[in-house]
Write a new protein. Structure first.
Length: 317
């Protein structure tokens, strides 16, 4: 069937806990949590289909008063089909802050990445390799061999973020240079631009309340791919929970259940995707874990922020 297709398209790796992986979402988030902030994320999508997608990220970011902005670093690893296709990326971030008034701030962010994509071509199985009588691999393929099995490239992203203690709104744009990721010499396969628009608002009884209720949404456009995430996060005491729904055009995808804790500088959450598409009952859903340590949430750091009148961000970030 694929031989009748002129092209095949895919999209960037997906994270259900997008608010717990802020630098991956938008470079303007660098330093928004004051920090230093350290975050680790792991996602295992569709584990019942031979570990279809396993993805890891680790990141660091913090605000630096002398440059009136934030910096950050991240490492990203994604493996598909138990390593048949893999992606490794290292990224540096910088953001600059404009204080709009006593309550709101605007951040402009940029990032630069060095990335490598790899294929394990010797493990690929094409239809012309399969004997139709025995349904076993009996011969070599007539497909053209890639010029190389590793592709290196540089990539860039930018974004803006408007935020206050209760609200955040922003847009992150990835793959501004649209790098060529083809494994064949002389051929071109550009990585399409990815635009992510995100919004959230946090409701509280009063300033001292530890309970909150925060609706949020995320809209992503990349090539022909379009996705909408909508839902709510809530917390009381050290407990946090959320319910989201991810919908892609013509393909309702999954309900997302999120549970976690936030206590002082530490935050951790687990989420499970309940698949509602045609893969329901076959994929095994998706498991995701996030761990974060934000030293900016120490009591001494909070006092310093109040004295210097830093713009606070919502608790869900």
């Amino acid at each position: 069937m694929l031989s009748f297709c002129e092209s095949a398209k895919t999209q960037d790796a997906e994270f259900s806990q997008f608010l717990n992986n802020p630098l991956y979402l938008n470079p303007a988030f660098a330093g928004v949590g004051i920090g230093p902030r350290f975050i680790a994320n792991f996602r295992n999508q569709w584990p019942s289909i031979n570990n279809a997608y396993t993805t890891y990220t680790i990141s660091y970011d913090q605000d630096i008063e002398k440059i009136n902005g934030g910096i950050g670093l991240s490492a990203f690893s994604d493996k598909q089909g138990s390593g048949l296709y893999s992606h490794l990326q290292f990224t540096g971030f910088y953001s600059y802050q404009f204080k709009m008034n006593k309550l709101y701030a605007l951040k402009l962010g940029i990032s630069s990445s060095y990335a490598q994509k790899n294929i394990n071509y010797d493990q690929f199985i094409f239809t012309d390799m399969i004997d139709p009588n025995s349904v076993t691999v009996t011969q070599s393929t007539n497909e053209s061999t890639p010029s190389f099995q590793s592709k290196n490239y540089v990539d860039f992203a930018a974004g803006f973020l408007v935020y206050s203690k209760k609200l955040f709104f922003g847009v992150g744009v990835k793959h501004l240079s649209q790098p060529n990721i083809s494994f064949y010499d002389g051929e071109k396969s550009t990585l399409p631009v990815r635009v992510a628009l995100h919004f959230g608002y946090e409701f509280k009884k009063n300033k001292r309340s530890k309970s909150f209720f925060a609706p949020n949404f995320l809209l992503i456009q990349q090539g022909r791919f379009r996705q909408l995430n909508g839902g709510v996060m809530a917390g009381t005491g050290v407990l946090i929970a959320g319910l989201n729904y991810r919908y892609t055009v013509n393909n309702p995808d999954a309900f997302i259940l999120i549970f976690g804790i936030k206590n002082g500088v530490f935050k951790s959450a687990y989420s499970y995707d309940i698949t509602t598409s045609g893969l329901s009952g076959k994929s095994g859903g998706a498991h995701e874990i996030s761990l974060a340590i934000n030293l900016g949430d120490q009591k001494s750091a909070q006092k310093k922020r109040r004295l210097k009148r830093y713009t606070e961000c919502p608790d869900i970030l």
